[in-house]
Write a protein that binds this ligand. Structure first.
Ligand code: DMJ
Length: 913
């Protein structure tokens, strides 16, 4: 091992060992040592409280795992709302997300080593027997190579690693004879045909029975794969080789990594999101640390830790240097272009990047880890969960949350590194939120929309593989775990592989690796293995002092300012480039800069391109900001007790539920059902929430008719049979072009599938009470206490009623942008009849309220931001019909002038390739 290895930067107290164990011990040493030095900061948590929380995690795991085993096994996953197994082919396709399901009892395999970590040794023994007895790896199913590797191969290897550990201890698993390893090897051979490409990058999918080439395979025509998909194999494949002595697996995984390394963009040292597996061309040239790339970086560093091969560390450090140079804009991590790394590729971040602070801990770069983690925590505090994507000013971009574990993972590693009890409190919040908002009678359900609290009929296997492991370990003492966790490394799916593998069957290490590396000076390795003195230079409040300035980052601060600091420091001395968000057409200096862009130097040209791009994004973003967020209809009466939350469209008139307290009441159908004339059953709707069918007259007219009959609210149900918020974009109900101030009651819109849940409930239970609000309220026992007591079965059947609309998840098939279009309500023009289908953006009515909430700035924000904000508020207040589109018109015309330049830049980019 060269000096660049784990020994550098480590405290001198690292015991002298064989090189491999020094490498392996590096991360563990740094982490373990840090936990013991914490003496001040957040109040310490007592052992009693930690045990209580640990027990809560165990109970939650039992609830998730128990329901999977009882109601879903041997299916791949549990559908927690309908309480049954998800069997591929029997449920409507969800697109790519279904490629994880291979009819191989995915959740059971993914949960194996969690059982041991959670001290459920007996259950582990039973689970292993079930896997050996029931699981078939030879199904005629096309699966994702990446997902099958990390979840199934990783699950079997993690299970094997802990099975042999238990066997050696002499109490459990005495009968075990490497059967899981044999299955892993069988699966490994099934995945190998995917590597049959000239590049050595694997095809993204494979048929478990027929491989790639056979006509029955139904795959093998793909040309692209994601970087993470090709670069997240080495841990499992190397472990398989080293456990079995069959070197081929490690060789293939190394070859794929070598190819990716060769293809990195040489000037930025970044990689793109997707690559052509035949030509090696980058298909998507944006680059970040989240979706599509994340675990490629993770595996380079961890391959170094597990295998002790310096080349992996050198590659990781080279990439890390580039990430910190271009992508890291503390506390944000923003995607950039690989060829133009100073150009942001997006204005939003995805939830997968939440693993990155954990990786930074392993790398030893604690400060940015604390910063990013804190920023993410502020987003979570606002929405209870991390939305799948959120903007740089922390608005929801993509509202789904499939119970991802990345943030819990980073919380655990930060706690291990700092010993700061603050991270225990963070973990406690995660537990509370899971129980409050995601727990359902039959497991835990993914959030369909973090803003409304609605659910999806989905509990992914990674929830059991990862979430419970990290949460349990966070609160556990060494003696709470029956083995030494420091002897293992976590794969990206949190499966455990023993560090002793680094000295086993290592004949193939270094074979096939490239020898060309970018020369790095010593500073690249400064933070490779910090000791605690470097992390907390004589100051136990260090972590807290890093977090403190970020405390209000989501609610009050000005993230734009944060980015600006980075820019300024980047080109010290030079004037910061003009950013689209700051641009004012009336400012002559700005116009002068605009003229210069693209003409003077390559830096000006780059600024010009970025400016253009930001203008386009800003324009579409600000149009979106005029939209009202969706609302929630929550069924609160027996036996639902708030567990059923339906995503509803808002109205641009009537009581604004975001400003006022929610409205609660029993529902009653209006007569006539379309609500287009005076109601003939006022006694039935008086004091209730009236149900009205969409169509035949304006929404506002319906609202007036039910209000006159004494209704306290209204729900308009779509008359297009089968429509659902899963598949159709929500919209806001517009007024009728006249003054609608006379409408005082709240009005919400439900698509037909969601509406029929209420109608079904009325048929079944007669008295149905609902809550209309901007966000679902806690499903806590209070609701039940207000009602007559009911059995668990009742509650379960209540969830089951929702199956028709909740079970279909089409969101994963879409890009975040498309999905956000779906989840953001669109508005219908006042001139339209309420059953009109299309919406013209120019006809939208803006909503100042939303702007207040999303862009509130504190005193430190720039005057330009404030001016723009104030300007926008004044105009909207005085004339609610002014469309935002009109205000951006000058920008649009400026954009048009720049089309030529964009084309020129695109040509330039092509030439570079
Ligand atoms: C897990 O399957 C793995 O952690 C993977 O690397 C990406 N994320 C999912 C869970 O979010």
């Amino acid at each position: 091992m060269s000096e660049a290895g784990g020994g550098r930067g480590c405290g001198s107290s690292v015991p002298q060992r064989a090189p491999w164990s020094l490498v392996a011990a590096t991360a563990a040493f740094c982490l373990v040592s840090a936990t013991s030095v914490w003496t001040a900061g957040a109040a310490p948590m007592s052992r009693e409280e930690r045990q209580k929380l640990g027990n809560q995690v165990l109970e939650m795991f039992d609830h998730a795992y128990g329901n999977y085993m009882e109601h879903a096994y041997p299916a791949d996953e549990l559908m927690p709302l309908t309480c049954r197994g998800r069997v591929r082919g029997q449920e409507p396709s969800r697109g790519d997300v279904d490629d994880a399901l291979g009819k191989f009892s995915l959740t059971l395999i993914d949960s194996l080593d969690t059982l041991v970590v959670l001290n459920k040794t007996k259950e582990f023994e039973d689970a292993v027997r079930k896997v050996l007895r029931d699981v078939n790896l030879d199904n005629d199913v096309v699966v994702s190579v990446f997902e099958t590797n990390i979840r199934v191969l990783g699950g079997l290897l993690g299970g094997h690693s802990l099975a042999i550990m238990l066997k050696e201890k002499g109490e459990y698993m005495q009968w075990y004879n490497d059967e899981l390893l044999q299955m892993a090897k069988q699966l490994g051979y099934k995945l190998l045909p995917a590597f049959n490409t000239t590049s050595g990058l694997p095809y993204p999918r494979i048929n478990l029975k027929f491989g790639i080439r056979k006509p029955e395979a139904r795959t093998g025509t793909e040309t692209d794969t994601c970087t993470a998909c090709a670069g997240t194999l080495i841990l499992e494949f190397a472990a398989l080789s080293r456990f079995t002595g069959a070197t081929i697996f490690e060789e293939y995984a190394r070859k794929a990594l070598d190819f990716l390394w060769e293809k990195r963009q040489r000037s930025s040292n970044l990689v793109g999101v997707t690559i052509n597996i035949h030509t090696g061309d980058w298909v998507r040239k944006d680059s970040g640390v989240g979706a599509g790339i994340d675990s490629y970086y993770e595996y380079l560093l961890k391959a170094y830790v597990l295998l002790g091969d310096d080349s992996f560390l050198e590659r990781f450090n080279t990439h890390y240097d580039a990430i910190m140079r271009y992508i890291s804009q503390p506390p944000l991590l923003l995607d950039v272009h690989i060829h133009k790394p100073m150009l942001n590729a997006r204005t939003w971040m995805d939830a997968l990047l939440a693993f990155f602070p954990g990786l930074q801990v392993l790398k030893g770069d604690i400060r940015p880890a604390i910063e990013t983690h804190e920023m993410l925590y502020q987003v979570i505090k606002k929405h209870n969960f991390l939305p799948e994507a959120f903007t740089t000013d922390f608005r929801v971009h993509w509202a789904q949350h499939p119970l991802r574990p990345e943030f819990a993972e980073s919380t655990y590693f930060l706690y291990k590194a700092t010993g700061d009890p603050y991270y225990l409190e963070v973990g406690k919040t995660l537990i509370e939120n899971l129980n409050k908002y995601a727990r359902v009678p039959c497991g835990f359900a993914a959030m369909k929309d973090v803003r409304t609290g609605s659910h999806e009929d989905r509990m992914d296997s990674f929830f059991l593989a990862e979430m419970f492991k990290y949460l349990y370990l966070l609160f556990a003492d060494k003696e709470d775990i029956i083995f030494d966790i420091e002897d293992y490394i976590f794969t990206t799916e949190a499966h455990l592989l023993p560090l002793w593998l680094s000295t086993t069957n290592q004949s193939i290490s270094k074979k096939n690796t490239t020898s060309e590396y970018t020369e790095l000076d010593d500073s690249n390795f400064d933070w490779t293995c910090p000791n605690t003195q470097i992390l907390f230079p004589n100051d136990p409040l260090y972590a807290q002092s890093i977090r403190e300035p970020l405390k209000n980052v989501v609610d009050k601060s000005c993230p734009r300012g944060i980015i600006r600091v980075r820019e300024e420091s980047f080109r010290s001395g030079a004037k910061p480039p003009l950013r689209a968000r700051d641009f004012m057409a009336t400012n002559p200096e700005h116009l002068e800069i605009l003229k210069k862009m693209g003409a003077a130097s390559s830096i000006d040209a780059e600024d010009g391109l970025r400016f253009m791009q930001e203008m386009i994004e800003l324009s579409s973003q600000q149009q979106k900001e005029q939209q009202l967020p969706p609302r929630a209809v929550q069924i609160v009466s027996h036996p639902f007790f708030g567990r059923v939350v339906l995503t509803a469209g808002p109205a641009q008139f009537g009581l604004d539920l975001s400003k006022h307290k929610e409205t609660r009441g029993f529902v009653a159908s209006s007569k006539p059902y379309n609500g287009c004339s005076e109601l003939t059953n006022p006694e039935a709707v008086m004091g209730k929430i009236a149900l009205i069918q969409r169509g035949q007259c304006m929404f506002a007219e319906k609202a007036r008719n039910i209000q006159n009959a004494g209704a306290i609210g209204g729900i308009v149900i779509d008359d297009n049979e089968g429509s659902s918020s899963d598949t159709a974009p929500l919209f806001q109900m517009a007024g009728d072009g006249k003054d609608t101030d006379d409408i005082k009651i709240p009005m919400l819109f439900l698509f037909s599938k969601e509406g029929s849940i209420i109608l079904d409930a009325i048929r079944e239970y007669e008295e149905v009470e609902v809550l209309l609000s901007d966000k679902a309220k806690d499903r806590d026992p209070e609701m039940e206490n207000e009602e007559q007591p009911s059995s668990e079965n009742d509650s379960q059947s209540a969830e089951q009623i929702t199956s028709s609309s909740q079970e279909v998840d089409l969101v994963d098939q879409e890009s975040p942008e498309e999905s956000s279009l779906n989840s953001q309500p669109e508005s219908l023009s006042p001139a339209d009849m309420d059953n009109a289908a299309s919406v013209s953006p120019s006809e939208q009515i803006s909503n100042p309220m939303e702007n207040h909430e999303t862009t509130s700035l504190d005193g430190e924000c720039t005057d330009l931001d404030n001016q723009l904000q104030e300007q926008s508020e004044t105009e909207e207040d005085s004339n609610p019909n002014v469309s935002w589109g009109k205000k951006v018109q000058p920008i649009d015309s400026i954009l048009a002038d720049w089309n030529e330049d964009i084309e020129a830049f695109e040509m330039m980019e092509k030439d570079e390739l």
